[in-house]
Design a protein around this ligand. Structure first.
Ligand SMILES: *[C@@H]1O[C@H](CO)[C@@H](O)[C@H](O)[C@H]1NC(C)=O
Ligand SMILES: *[C@@H]1O[C@H](CO)[C@@H](O)[C@H](O)[C@H]1NC(C)=O
Ligand SMILES: *[C@@H]1O[C@H](CO)[C@@H](O)[C@H](O)[C@H]1NC(C)=O
Ligand SMILES: *[C@@H]1O[C@H](CO)[C@@H](O)[C@H](O)[C@H]1NC(C)=O
Ligand SMILES: *[C@@H]1O[C@H](CO)[C@@H](O)[C@H](O)[C@H]1NC(C)=O
Ligand SMILES: *[C@@H]1O[C@H](CO)[C@@H](O)[C@H](O)[C@H]1NC(C)=O
Ligand SMILES: *[C@@H]1O[C@H](CO)[C@@H](O)[C@H](O)[C@H]1NC(C)=O
Ligand SMILES: *[C@@H]1O[C@H](CO)[C@@H](O)[C@H](O)[C@H]1NC(C)=O
Ligand SMILES: *[C@@H]1O[C@H](CO)[C@@H](O)[C@H](O)[C@H]1NC(C)=O
Ligand SMILES: *[C@@H]1O[C@H](CO)[C@@H](O)[C@H](O)[C@H]1NC(C)=O
Ligand SMILES: *[C@@H]1O[C@H](CO)[C@@H](O)[C@H](O)[C@H]1NC(C)=O
Ligand SMILES: CC(=O)N[C@H]1CO[C@H](CO)[C@@H](O)[C@@H]1O
Length: 527
């Protein structure tokens, strides 16, 4: 399901690129070994995780991507606003045709009004399981952080590892209609860590620190499916930025991060060299009824010891919440507030031109004749918004719109409210069949939008991460049960709500977002 803004040419404002950052991404195979399994994986430049992009706010980024593998590839720059550069956003068959074997494509965009951490990943089938890396956006030169200047900055990127080929995993799931096989491990910077069987020392991420310093950890959740809790034993983290937007700082021992989100935290190391090593750990927050990977990835926080012979160090492990600790997640989400000061304002739309109400959840689609399906009652699982399951076109949507040949490619009739309302979080209707199609909502430029996303209990209530391409949005409210359009809006935060590009729709609940549709030719997708 997609928003497509009516295309309108505007003069660029006077934002000048300070510098152009050039990168070449060669997509090629590489052999890696994890958990004692060797696998040939698709990589950028042979690196796993992939290389970091580093730029300042206002810079232009030019990435030439050369595809030297058998699969079609495209790369998405997750969270980059792509103001009037929609061609560079990257989702295959949405903003571009995929880059085919032997071909190349130049992504060319400017980073406008963003500073913090974002990330890039493949946006076709499941290639993002190995094709991902950080985007580090530094403030403009001469502009300080609104927090103590960090001594060092370290990306911490969570991923998911399968011992088998992930393209086979997703192809099998699409074929049979069952849930995809769950991962074998989570990873920190590509490494599973010591809590897995067969994890050699070389398989653990180590952060070596000096005492009495402030480190900026740029945390990214690049896992395909799971929201993750994260904590470092015996250390407090100060949250300062999410999705490349500053927030009001607050301290916590544990954070939760949804796939697609980023969180910048300050880690103040102890003033002395402790006689200890500290685990940092991540494991999932799970709400659905299906099977999941409940394992824990760990890295080590090690203090540089003046005395290298000091061996017998104590090990401190963090305590993470229970796998289903929804109240922790709710409390944490409520603490996230935009910084909203004179310099970094929260421009929350105070009035709304268009109201949308989308149900988000599962359903089933019929099993093709003579096939055996492994979804509910022999059908196929389908992810839906307002009971429509997105059908991937074979022509890129943006291109078909640009060429004036969108007829037959997509239809502008996406339902903006559920066609058959029901008690969304009560007992589900007995008919779980969904419709499918390539349907979009077309909005005039500069429409102010409020979108309420409501989880459904069809085939089990579950938390779903939602990401808006080309926009940040403000999370003005959330709650459990059915959204109440009469009483809930009175409780919205229109002052300093968190601004971000990805949000988890609570299991058995709803979330309300607002944004200004000020970026032509973009889209919303369900991850
Ligand atoms: C990966 O390993 C296989 C088997 O050892 C080898 O044939 C292949 O050339 C290797 N691929 C790369 C990219 O190194
Ligand atoms: C790659 O993309 C092209 C163009 O969309 C398509 O025709 C072709 O089937 C794709 N190849 C694979 C292996 O998916
Ligand atoms: C990137 O886009 C800018 C603005 O359109 C253009 O001036 C520049 O030549 C482009 N760079 C490349 C390498 O395509
Ligand atoms: C994880 O799942 C396995 C297999 O279902 C189960 O045996 C184990 O107890 C679970 N561990 C935790 C921490 O829930
Ligand atoms: C450090 O802790 C270990 C484990 O508790 C202990 O055996 C060792 O004596 C301690 N060393 C110092 C210098 O305190
Ligand atoms: C969370 O899981 C525990 C067992 O692992 C269970 O006893 C408890 O009822 C669950 N809580 C919720 C809110 O589902
Ligand atoms: C399904 O199988 C039956 C019996 O083998 C056959 O007659 C029919 O043509 C098949 N249908 C399709 C769509 O393949
Ligand atoms: C599966 O079929 C049974 C028996 O007809 C029915 O009770 C159940 O609700 C169905 N489940 C789903 C998910 O459709
Ligand atoms: C929806 O279902 C829930 C759970 O059964 C129930 O508590 C609630 O009252 C229902 N809401 C309405 C409006 O019927
Ligand atoms: C499904 O629900 C409809 C409407 O509530 C009802 O009329 C019908 O009998 C139900 N069918 C089954 C198989 O339960
Ligand atoms: C879309 O719906 C039609 C009609 O129910 C069905 O035949 C087709 O298989 C569906 N396509 C997908 C991709 O689910
Ligand atoms: C080993 C270690 O650093 N322990 C510390 C854990 O945190 C408490 C409170 O900050 C300290 O008192 C311990 O010394």
């Amino acid at each position: 399901m997609i928003f497509l803004m009516s295309l309108q040419l505007l003069l660029m404002n006077s934002t000048h690129a300070q510098e152009t950052r050039h990168y070449t991404f060669i997509i090629r195979m590489a052999n890696v070994t994890r958990l004692c399994h060797s696998k040939s994986i698709v990589t950028v430049n042979g690196q796993f995780p992939g290389p970091k992009i580093v730029a300042r706010e206002g810079d232009r980024v030019v990435v030439k991507v050369i595809n030297n593998v058998k699969s079609n590839v495209s790369i998405h720059w997750h969270g980059i606003r792509q103001l009037r550069s929609g061609w560079a956003d990257g989702p295959a068959y949405i903003t571009q045709c995929p880059i085919q074997t032997g071909q190349s494509y130049v992504y060319n965009f400017t980073i406008i009004g963003q500073r913090g951490t974002l990330w890039w990943h493949a946006h076709i089938s499941w290639l993002r399981s190995t094709l991902y890396g950080p985007i580090i956006i530094l403030p403009k030169s001469g502009v300080p952080y609104p927090f103590p200047k960090p001594y060092k900055q370290v990306p911490i990127i969570f991923g998911e590892w399968w011992n088998v080929d992930t393209e086979a995993v997703i192809n099998q799931a699409l074929q049979t209609g069952g849930g995809p096989n769950v991962s074998d491990a989570y990873t920190i910077n590509g490494l599973p860590g010591p809590l897995y069987n067969c994890s050699s020392k070389a398989g653990t991420f180590k952060l070596k620190v000096k005492p009495g310093k402030t480190y900026l950890l740029r945390i990214i959740n690049a896992a395909l499916n799971d929201e993750l809790f994260f904590s470092i034993g015996n250390h407090t983290l100060t949250i300062v930025d999410v999705d490349a937007v500053y927030v009001k700082p607050f301290d916590t021992n544990i954070l939760i991060i949804t796939p697609g989100q980023t969180t910048n935290v300050l880690l103040h190391t102890k003033p002395y060299v402790p006689n200890a090593t500290f685990f940092m750990e991540a494991r999932p927050y799970v709400t659905g009824q299906g099977t999941f990977d409940n394992s824990t990835t760990a890295g080590l926080l090690e203090y540089e010891h003046p005395n290298a012979n000091m061996k017998k160090l104590q090990l401190f492990r963090p305590t993470l919440p229970a796998l289903n600790d929804t109240s922790f997640v709710t409390n944490y989400s409520n603490k996230l507030r935009s910084l909203a000061n004179a310099q970094f304002q929260a421009n929350v739309p105070q009035s709304v031109d268009r109201h949308f109400f989308f149900t988000v959840g599962l359903g089933s689609s019929p099993c093709p004749e003579n096939q055996t399906c492994q979804g509910p009652n022999g059908t196929k699982f389908a992810a839906t918004v307002n009971n429509v399951s997105f059908a991937m076109p074979t022509t890129a949507l943006l291109q078909s719109h640009f060429d004036g040949q969108s007829k037959g490619v997509y239809s502008p009739d996406f339902p903006i409210i559920p066609l058959m309302p029901f008690n969304f979080t009560g007992s589900p209707p007995n008919n779980t069949l969904v419709s499918n199609g390539t349907k979009v909502v077309v909005l005039p430029y500069n429409t102010s939008v409020q979108l309420v996303m409501q989880d459904t209990s069809i085939l089990g209530a579950e938390s779903h991460p939602l990401h808006l391409h080309g926009f940040n949005f403000f999370v003005v409210g959330q709650g459990f049960g059915n959204y109440d359009p009469v009483n809930d809006p009175a409780k919205f935060n229109l002052g300093d709500p968190v601004e971000r590009n990805t949000v988890g729709v609570p299991a058995g609940g709803w979330v309300a977002i607002r944004f200004l549709a000020d970026n032509p030719g973009e889209l919303l997708t369900l991850t």
